[in-house]
Design a binder for this molecule. Structure first.
Ligand code: IPM
Ligand code: MG
Length: 352
């Protein structure tokens, strides 16, 4: 099992190191390779996604990424920014379906800003289209006409792009609670009208899955009002970006949320959080999002669902003892840093 680790920037380095330590305790034949991405790649090579990194993907079975970005690179041309490296990687790997599970750990209920009865038992999955939509549509740019500048992007989807991500979402729903809510803005946007029509078509092959549609503004509200109504949420790239940050707050901290991106080839796994330059290097980062991303890798890329469950259970155990990182201190018995949290989780994994 060969994994390419792309730590990236800021706390990405710290949290991927934690995730790898956890993987090592469960996978004896783990082979690791390391590559550059994001701002640190730009600093060393002049590109946020160097050719060597692309080459390394070919030689590995899956990719584990930390995070990219930081104010240091904010003034760069947008094609050289750390985020461009990440988007280039997702596009290159054609990982069009980004799975972002939002599951509440019982012991973290007090860390959420939402009321206990609203969030208790939440277990939903956001399937975000990841290689199309506004992030990639052309034309895009900023043009100048006289004294006026105009910035523009294109929101477009084709039927094959919608079909392939919808199939993944329906397959997941079939294995879960058989409910799929497709989120769009079909009352305003043409791309959303096509999205809705196409999802309806795909649904015909899944008669056992109950399909509903929701406008994105309503979904943003419903996620806070009653998140338990959702099982699988399927949505386009930009809506999924926004809704998944919102949904992370149900779990108490953005630092908790993992993600896995699937396509026809290799999987890409990364925590939902960013590079958090404000706490990078302080040893305070919450490694759980990255550790749970590694668990998703075991499950989705290597068919090791049991090992993945062991990691999830270990995280649950440690949290239930009141051990917390500084991003989620409500109800904490002991606040620890990245390394100590990782060690606690590894000790639990080893116990079985
Ligand atoms: C995410 C991030 C990225 C995105 C950024 C860093 C480009 O916010 O993975 O959600 O917008 O997709
Ligand atoms: Mg985001």
């Amino acid at each position: 099992m060969k994994i390419l680790v792309l730590p990236g920037d800021g706390i990405g380095k710290e949290v991927t190191a934690s995730a790898i330590e956890v993987l090592k305790t469960l996978v004896p034949d783990l082979e690791l390779d390391y590559g550059l991405i994001g701002g640190s790649a730009y600093d060393e090579t002049g590109s946020p996604l160097p050719k060597e990194t692309i080459e390394k993907i070919k030689k590995s079975d899956a990719v584990l990424l930390g995070a990219v970005g930081g104010n240091k690179w904010d003034k760069l041309d947008h094609t050289l920014r750390p985020e461009a490296g990440l988007l280039g990687l997702r596009s290159h790997m054609q990982v069009f379906a980004n799975l972002r599970p939002v599951k509440i750990f019982k012991s973290l209920i007090g860390s959420s800003t939402l009321k206990e009865d609203v969030i208790e038992g939440v277990d939903l999955m956001i399937v975000r289209e990841l290689t199309g939509g506004l992030y990639f549509g052309k034309p895009k740019g900023i043009e100048t006409k006289g004294a006026i500048k105009r910035g523009f992007n294109t929101l477009e989807y084709t039927t094959p792009e919608i079909e392939r991500v919808a199939k993944i979402a329906f397959d997941l729903a079939q294995k879960r609670n058989k409910k799929l809510c497709s989120v769009d803005k079909a009352n305003v946007l043409e791309s959303s009208r096509l999205w809705r029509e196409t999802v309806e078509e795909v649904a015909k092959a899944y008669p056992d899955v109950e399909l509903s549609h929701m406008y994105v503004d309503n979904c943003a509200m419903q996620l806070i009002r009653n998140p338990k109504q959702f099982d699988v949420i399927l949505t386009e790239n930009m809506f999924g970006d926004i809704l998944s940050d919102e949904a992370s707050m149900i779990t108490g901290s953005l630092g908790m949320l993992p993600s896995g991106s699937l396509g026809e080839g290799k999987g890409l796994y990364e925590p939902v959080h960013g590079s958090a330059p404000d706490i990078a290097g302080t040893g305070k980062a919450n490694p759980i999002g990255a550790i749970l991303s590694a668990a998703m890798m075991l499950k989705y890329s290597f068919n090791k669902a049991d090992e993945a469950a062991r990691i999830e259970q270990a995280v649950d155990k440690v949290l239930s003892r009141g051990i917390r990182t500084p991003d989620m201190t409500a109800g904490a018995k002991e606040v620890v840093g990245t390394e100590a949290m990782t060690k606690h989780i590894i000790d639990e994994v080893k116990k079985k």
